[in-house]
Every structure is written in C-alpha cells, then in structure tokens.
Design a protein around this ligand. Structure first.
Ligand code: GLU
Length: 317
C-alpha cells in the first residue's frame, strides 16, 4: 500500500489565517532567514491573521548551542513578535511518535536496512538528489535489520498552487522517491515533524524559502495519510551570492547585528522588492514597520526563485 496522492477536492471552509516562521537552531538569524520571517509576518498581518514562531529543534547533532535563544532575541529586536507562545519541536516528540505509529498501522511505511554507501551505489539521480532504489520496499533482505523507516510513494501526481511559484506539479516517485520519516540514528525526519505541526496546529499558510519547495509534496503526502489538513504554501525567492550559492548558516552566513535592526529591516524590504524609500534608511523600527504594512506588495515576488546579492552586501549585514 502507498499513501494516497488523490487531491482532497471537497470544499472546505477557509481556516482563519495563521502563518508561522520555523527556524532550525543551527545558527543565528541571518539576512536570508530574515526574509522568510518578514514575509510570513507581513502576510499574516495583511490577512489580520496570527503569526507563530516555532523552533525546529529535533536534530540535536546539527544544533548550535545558544542558537535558539539568539534567534528569538533577534526576532524580538527586529519587531517580529509572535502572537502565541513559542513552539519547540523538541517538546512534541510524543505527537510525532504517535503520527509515526499511525502511518505504520496504515501500512504506508516500510523499514529500510540500506546504509548510506549502499544507497550511493544503487540510487538513481533525481532532480533533488538520489532517488531511493527500492531495495527494502517489499521487505528487508534476509539477515538485515531495519535502520530507518521510509514512506512508500506511488506514481500519482501531486498538484498545488504556490503563492509565489504558481502551479507546482510533481510525481514523488520521480522527484523524491520513498523518503525517510525516521532516520537511521533514530531521530525523526524534518518532513514528518513539519507535516504534523503544520497540519495539526491550524497553520493556514506556510511561507518559506524556495529551497524548501521540494519538501512540500512529501509533507502534503504525510498530512494526507494522517487525515490532516494541508496549509496553503508560498515559496519565496532565496538570497544567493554572485556564484548562485544560497546564503545559509551552513555556508557561514553572518549573524544579523541586532543593534542595526532598522537598517536590516530596510534592506530586507528592499530585497523583497518593496522599494522602501531611501529616506527611511535611518528611520525607526516602528516607522519602517508602519510603512511596510501599508505598502506590502507580495506579488512583486511572483515567479522568482532567487535574489542575488553581492558578497560585500551580504557581509555588510
Ligand atoms: N526549520 C526549517 C529550516 O530552518 C524550515 C522549516 C519550514 O519553514 O518548514 O530550514
């Protein structure tokens, strides 16, 4: 059995707007993540909705000590105040384990014994990385033990309308393959935790970077298999340097200087193509936010995958 890809076509009453920003504490807030925070916040406000902050701290090996606190301090310093208490994924293990059990009971998961090396040797190339070769799909090979758990995908097409990227259609079997929901090290996969949280906490809209676009079909599939409602999605262009390299914590993107919060916000609005007046470059945070709420025009970002900045500009953050 594989999880159903059939779109849920029954009309559903719209949820009240509830957006969220969900950083991983793998480093401080930087200019790239600020764009997702600002855009999801402005969208929530434009719809008179609420805005949640969730710390995605379910991957301790990748976590940087103090990063969660630093991110929360930076958000506050930039006037990005959450409407509800902060959600920590590390405190929601029981919900994810319950979801894993339900998926297992529904017969859509299978245990996988493949090592990284075996996968490298046998996987075919997909557009977003190697595709699972199907080795353990129909049962573990004799004498082998389960390392990870994967969700079995089928050939059906997934289709959704992205706020910024337009219609996205994909066949998970060709783009992602049977994907991991519980990792070989025992940790739960980001896709599982994000799908459960977004689907079960009345998040109506997920606005995040374009680099996460290909996580959306797996997350939607998990939500469908669990009978959870999928939010609407919007994938923003991501900041890249002149070489096309995404600005990220892993690439050592510099932390935002919280003392320059108004200047950081001005620059974020400019990068989001809102054309803030140069005269506001030295304005107070309150004035800038007021301007941003009044002039927020997200359609300027339609169809864009990247925003190029030069190195000096990135360092200057
Ligand atoms: N925690 C993920 C990250 O920082 C993003 C999660 C999301 O927005 O879905 O890359």
């Amino acid at each position: 059995m594989s999880a159903s890809h059939t779109p849920d076509t029954a009309p559903r009453p719209a949820l009240p707007y509830r957006g969220r920003f969900a950083p991983s504490p793998t480093g401080p807030l930087h200019a790239g993540s600020l764009l997702s925070a600002v855009c999801s916040f402005l969208e929530a406000r434009r719809h008179d909705g609420r805005w949640q902050v969730r710390i995605d701290d379910i991957d301790p090996p990748r976590e940087v000590a103090g990063a969660a606190d630093a991110i929360l301090r930076s958000l506050d310093a930039h006037g990005l105040h959450a409407d509800d208490s902060i959600v920590f994924q590390s405190r929601r293990q029981a919900a994810y384990l319950g979801a894993l059990d339900r998926l297992r009971d529904a017969g859509v998961l299978f245990p996988c014994a493949c090592s990284r090396r075996e996968l490298r040797a046998r996987a075919t190339a997909g557009p977003n990385g190697p595709l699972y070769p199907g080795t353990c799909r129909d049962g573990l090979p004799p004498g082998r033990e389960a390392r990870a758990w994967r969700l079995r995908v089928n050939q059906a097409e997934d289709l959704f309308e992205d706020r910024f990227q337009g219609l996205v259609r994909t066949r998970l079997a060709e783009t992602v393959g049977d994907f991991v929901v519980r990792r070989a090290d025992g940790l739960l996969a980001y896709n599982l935790a994000a799908a459960v949280d977004d689907g079960s906490s009345d998040i109506s809209h997920v606005i995040r970077g374009h680099d996460l676009l290909w996580c959306t079909p797996p997350q939607r599939l998990i939500q469908r298999a669990l009978g959870l409602r999928s939010p609407e999605y919007g994938h923003l262009p991501v900041l890249v340097d002149l070489q096309g390299q995404k600005l990220s914590k892993q690439q050592g993107a510099p932390a935002l200087d919280d003392r320059s919060a108004p200047a950081n916000l001005w620059l974020a609005l400019q990068r989001l193509q809102q054309e803030p007046p140069p005269a506001l470059r030295r304005a107070s945070l309150a004035t800038l936010w007021q301007w941003a709420h009044a002039h927020w025009t997200p359609d300027r970002l339609l169809g864009q995958e990247t925003i190029r900045i030069d190195h000096d500009e990135a360092i200057g953050d």
